[in-house]
Design a protein around this ligand. Sequence first.
Ligand SMILES: [Zn+2]
Length: 403
Amino acid sequence: MYDHRKLGRELDLFDTDPLIGSGLPYWLPDGAAVRLALEEYVRDVERRAGYRHVYSPVLGKRELYEISGHWAHYHEDMFPPMDLGGEQVVLRPSLCPHHALMFRARGHSYRELPLRLAELGGMHRAELSGVLGGLTRVRAIQLNDAHIFCAPGQAVDEARAALDLIAAAYRAMDIRPVRYRLSLPGPGGKYVADPGLWERASALLEEVLKEAGLPYEAEEGEAAFYGPKIDVQIADHAGRESTLSTVQIDFYQPERFDLHYTGPDGGRHRPVMVHRSIVGSVERAVAHLIEVHGGAFPAWLAPRQVVVLPVSEAEIPAAEALAGRCRELGLRADVSAQGSLSARIRAAHLTPYQAVVGSREAADGSVSLRLRGSRSLPPMPVGEALGKIAALAGTRRPELWEE
Ligand SMILES: [Zn+2]
């Protein structure tokens, strides 16, 4: 495995600047292309799975976090409040309170449930500068988050479906979890005190894991302050474990925000909140992708999917036209024309598709494809080659070619 901090700079994916501050990386065009592809994937699968997307601000009043319990249980991880015209405003440490307020703002019937609200939204964590580095310990986080408001009897199915989305995303990204963890509360005052709530939620999450047939390890002291969670664990280049994806069943926030819906009996009922993240934060997900693939991303995630290589100067116009056709198909492509052909092929070794255009190809509208990993295909018509590349990238499978 590679160190994403070193490789991220070498490949011009992201960097930091002391004037912006540590733990606040910026994304360069190639890194932003990977991130954007991942965000598009997530929004796409969420839409297909019945989620609706929302936007909410990264700030909220201090009172909001007093209600959610963050102020009492999560204070050390939050940025200090800002005084604004007699009010205290806080950079949010999570998206849940905003989504709970969105649910509360309208009346809901049981017929609308499960209501799945998703947001790829910003949140902040006051990490100490000593632990910052690269994309894994950052102060500004973009989280692939969602909250499913549902009847108690729907929570297990919703959590189970979220685990399926996580498994599909890992297949597409060509990554593997090291283990599934059922994270339970530990001793100390970090957790809200309500034994019944913890037991109920833990039992449901165990049911979800057993139904999914996933081996897991229960671990105390790793729960969120308001409830237990299923954590999907990954390991970095140094073998350090961290959580990428999570699924939680939460009875606490609906209580704190006094959420309700109208049941079939016409009465007021309390919904359950399922919190889930498929790929976690985009920062941690991309850091992991860099470390696992060493910059040789699956084609649908690659910053440059196709490099067009004219054999000589005479083929540059044909090469430019080919790159243009790639872009029309939604592929990220450009022309590499400076230096010897062999040097250009070496320089493009991380690019999934290298399209060589010689005089014969330019004349008859064909292209000779080299796949990453040095496999060469016989010349074929440009339309056929590009159609196949675009179709494979569209299905987001890790394979580069299909006969
Ligand atoms: Zn949440």
